[in-house]
Ligand binder design. Structure first.
Ligand code: V47
Length: 384
């Protein structure tokens, strides 16, 4: 009987393509050489998703073997009141309009504690740009959460929120980040990046900080020792060149700081937004976006296939097209569900593990900094 072989021997199948443009890219991927912008464009333009996926899977397995990460997290959205009125968004509300809410601090602490029996290792905290909430509210939110849940990592506030809070508090961005860090923020999520190109930003999120401010804020966060993630919102009015430009800018900043942990491509959900006339993304684009990200962002340790946004089925398949992370249990998602997502609000740890195993991968529960988490009946331990 033959010895049991690791799952990634799937990869020994020969690379095949009829698309001549992919041949030099394949040679570079085999050699571990960085792809340039024209090559990134060729990856978007080819119809040969299997060839692109084959290459992305090769890189993914080189970096992580079969390991596939997830965490036990909870989303907290303290307010949906937002001055920005982005056309991409179905979550934000103007103050005092129907559906607008703002949690009192005690309410946010109760939300943090509710809804799940397993020990959560991360609170993912993002919200609207509230015109009246003082900076102190956010500092008290973080210090109050840390006091009540000292073992939980606070992944809080997008670059957009940080820039807005700095303006409201009349502080520099560095001072704002330093105060948030002192109050308990451990890292930053990747939201608000959208697409960096001005032409696109003017259409989808006109009043947000521009791409260079997003990148500058991320750079400052990394400089003071806060890791962050990065996202890209795709499938609306951007073109392939805009996507490539976005990836190249992230890659260049990562060369400089090394502060990004994970890249998360986010498929645009048009329902209930001013852009609801746009079609939804297709499975082909979702899978290709994951694969291209893995191939182009050679200096990003992780590519996350966010199941809430992708659907669990596409996220699972993407584990063989470049992704090595599925995000987490989430528990209560608002931003996508307001925009028509039909995925469940949360997923149990066992179900995430089942999906990962069924893709022939090895589930690894991680904390936010990708350290393995070990659970017993009575305790949760993070390997440091
Ligand atoms: O910045 C908003 C996007 C982001 C819509 O860092 C929409 O681990 C699609 O950033 N359709 C917030 N997308 C979510 C986010 C995130 C999610 C999971 C993990 C992490 C992480 C970060 O959601 C926003 C925006 O780009 N978004 N509205 C919409 N209608």
């Amino acid at each position: 009987m033959s010895a049991k072989r690791p799952n990634h021997t799937f990869q020994t199948h020969a690379f095949q393509t009829d698309d001549r443009r992919l041949e030099p890219i394949h040679a570079k991927v085999l050699a571990g050489t960085r792809l340039d912008a024209d090559e990134a464009l060729a990856l978007y333009r080819t119809g040969d998703i299997l060839a692109v996926g084959w290459m992305a899977n090769l890189v993914r397995e080189r970096m992580h073997g079969d390991k596939t990460y997830f965490n036990v997290n909870r989303h907290i959205n303290p307010t949906n009141v937002c001055v920005a009125a982005c056309r991409l968004c179905a979550f934000g509300r103007k103050k005092d309009t129907p559906g607008a809410y703002t949690m009192a601090l005690e309410e946010a602490f109760e939300t943090a504690a509710s809804g799940y029996t397993e020990a959560v290792t991360e609170f993912h905290i993002v919200g609207g740009l509230h015109p009246d909430l003082p900076f102190q509210y956010f500092l008290d939110l973080c210090s109050g959460l840390k006091q009540r849940f000292p073992q939980v990592h606070l992944k809080a506030f997008t670059m957009v929120e940080v820039a807005y809070l700095s303006r409201r508090a009349k502080l520099t961005i560095r001072e704002t980040l330093e105060q948030l860090k002192a109050a308990g923020v451990d890292s930053l999520p990747g939201g608000g990046a959208e697409i960096f190109a001005d032409r696109v930003r003017h259409i989808i999120c006109d009043h947000k900080i521009d791409g260079s401010e997003w990148l500058e804020t991320a750079k400052l966060a990394h400089q003071i020792g806060l890791k962050s993630n990065a996202t890209m919102l795709y499938g609306h009015v951007e073109n392939d060149e805009d996507r490539v430009d976005h990836l190249m800018k992230l890659r260049a900043l990562q060369d400089e700081t090394g502060g990004f942990q994970t890249f998360i491509p986010l498929a645009f959900h048009p329902d209930n937004t001013p852009l609801q006339h746009l079609p939804k993304t297709t499975g082909m684009l979702d899978i290709k976006q994951i694969a291209v990200s893995r191939l182009v962002l050679d200096n990003f340790p992780h590519i996350k296939s966010y199941w809430q946004m992708m659907t669990a089925k596409i996220a699972q398949i993407s584990l063989r097209f470049g992704a090595d992370d599925m995000d987490g249990t989430v528990i209560e998602e608002k931003i996508y569900h307001d925009a028509g997502a039909t995925t469940p609000q949360g997923m149990r740890r066992e179900e995430l593990e089942r999906l990962i195993r069924a893709a022939g991968r090895e589930p690894i529960e991680r904390d936010t900094l990708y350290r393995p988490v070990t659970r017993t009946e009575t305790s949760v331990t993070v390997a440091v």
